[in-house]
Design a protein around this ligand. Structure first.
Ligand code: SF4
Ligand code: SF4
Length: 205
């Protein structure tokens, strides 16, 4: 189980460049979803004339489901400079991979809760670290895509794009670099060093 919390509002607004499309997922809403805060932010962005469209749905972590549902909003998404995603980390990763030419922003942090995690086979993984880094990594999770869960770049041990810990897997940070390069966002790697807050890693008791 998990808890989804809205990131700091100023952080989200700073990332909401240009026109925006809002994608809101209520898939795990029965646990916790910051519905009122998200609706207030949506209203504020709409009143500012920044919104090309909004879509509230569930289970955006299912790629086939996501593609089908987003196809009905293709024009509004095309008109947006940025897609703001309000979901857990798996949902944001699924959207970022599908909308590979768009700036996709993770607007929430995902915290772990003990208990049943569901049985749906998903293409992406989120360790519910409590401080989502996807806005700095092109939508690829550094916690799960890197064997050492590094948040400050490659360890230097990769060989021909393969991880030094597991040569059968692509180096997560090589993937992050290539993705940021493809979307013209290598500038985010110039951000100050991220210090991982392990306090948010603990499951919410
Ligand atoms: S950085 Fe990864 S593990 Fe942490 S919340 Fe985001 S997707 Fe989940
Ligand atoms: S080689 Fe890449 S994926 Fe493997 S531990 Fe180093 S940075 Fe992480």
């Amino acid at each position: 189980m998990l808890i989804t919390e809205l990131k700091n509002k100023d952080t989200v607004l700073a990332l909401a460049e240009g026109k925006v499309f809002l994608l809101i997922c209520h898939g795990c809403k029965e646990i916790h979803f910051p519905e009122h805060e998200v609706e207030a932010l949506k209203k504020e962005l709409m009143e500012a004339g920044k919104v090309t469209g909004t879509f509230t749905t569930d289970y955006i972590c299912n790629p086939d489901n996501l593609k089908l549902r987003l196809s009905f909003h293709a024009d509004a998404i095309e008109a947006a400079d940025t897609v703001l995603v309000f979901s857990c980390g798996v949902g944001v990763q699924t959207v970022a991979e599908y909308l590979e030419n768009k700036k996709v922003v993770a607007c929430c942090d995902t915290y772990a809760l003990p208990g049943f995690q569901g049985v749906t086979p998903l293409e992406h993984d989120c360790k519910q670290c409590g401080e989502c880094y996807l806005n700095l990594t092109g939508g690829i999770c550094p916690i799960t895509a890197c064997s050492k869960s590094l948040v400050n770049g490659q360890c230097g041990g990769a060989k021909k794009g393969k991880c030094e810990v597991d040569p059968n897997m692509d180096c997560g940070w090589e993937r992050i670099y290539q993705r940021l390069k493809a979307i013209g966002r290598l500038d985010v790697l110039k951000c100050p060093v991220q210090v991982r807050n392990y306090a948010t890693d603990d499951e919410v008791k």
